[in-house]
Design a protein around this ligand. Structure first.
Ligand SMILES: [Ca+2]
Ligand SMILES: [Ca+2]
Length: 257
């Protein structure tokens, strides 16, 4: 699931927009962040789309959506109370689409967050359609949280990702599993040095060895090598993970050291 987030900030208000690919369309999640203590009632989101031709065939659905407008390079308002005319229009030009939320003012709805789904009748929409495109929000009843809320705002910006777009799906890599023989290498964890005289020692497979008792995988050459080292009273693979059992009862309880 590809997704990216961007912020539109102005007049002490920040609106975060998250665009996520879903079912061939795009989900837009909007939130007035409120970090600054100033909020507003979300009235409309205006967007440019990379390919103007896509404006034919778009449709939008959402709980708070009360109207929308699609018209390449020509959208300056959805409703009279959600117009984007003024400085934002001068700076960014007319938009390709506008989506209106709720009703005017905060009497009926004070929308601090909302979502809608945008789809196209024939094309699959992708986050790239909106990445780095112009974007604007219209808010009314702007003011301090629990304060007067008597301002209004039109703010615009570029849909520049806050961080890199998320890759498609989670990446899960299975660790390689050794087919045969114990693994002796840097993946082995040092747990404890053990005295060797009275113990019967095998190297364990770090993936499969733990708690395996007699079922551990042993390479014949390693077994012989360990046997030779025990005979010669040499230290055995000092500092590496090993499984030990008392020599008098090698099939008894195995301890990972
Ligand atoms: Ca355009
Ligand atoms: Ca409202």
């Amino acid at each position: 699931m590809s997704s990216f987030s961007y912020d539109i900030t102005g007049g002490d208000v920040t609106v975060r927009v998250i665009i996520t690919e879903m079912d061939g369309g795009l989900t837009f999640d909007l939130e007035v962040l409120g970090d600054s203590g100033t909020i507003g009632d979300l009235n409309a989101l205006y967007l440019d789309i990379l390919d103007d031709d896509l404006t034919e065939g778009l449709s939008v659905t959402g709980t708070d959506v009360t109207a929308f407008e699609f018209d390449a390079d020509a959208v300056t308002k959805v409703d009279n109370f959600t117009t984007i005319k003024g400085e934002v229009l001068k700076e960014f030009g007319a938009f390709d689409m506008g989506v209106q939320f709720g009703t005017q003012g905060i009497g009926d709805d004070d929308i601090q967050s909302t979502s809608f789904f945008l789809s196209h009748e024939t094309e699959t929409l992708e986050i790239e359609d909106f990445l780095m495109q112009d974007s604007a929000v219209r808010l009314t009843s702007v003011g301090e949280i629990d304060g007067e809320r008597d301002g209004s705002l039109k703010i615009g910006g570029i849909a520049e990702p806050i961080s890199e777009p998320e890759p498609e799906g989670p990446i899960l890599e299975e660790p390689p599993i050794e087919e045969e023989g114990p693994t002796v290498g840097e993946d082995i964890i040092i747990v404890e040095e053990i005295p060797l005289e009275d113990e019967f020692v095998f190297l364990s497979d770090p993936i499969n060895g733990e708690g395996l008792g007699g079922e551990m995988i042993l390479d014949v050459s390693v077994e012989e090598e360990i046997g030779a080292m025990i005979e010669a009273e040499q230290p055995l693979y000092g500092g590496e993970t090993i499984i030990v059992a008392p020599i008098e009862d090698p099939s008894g309880e195995w301890i990972t050291t």
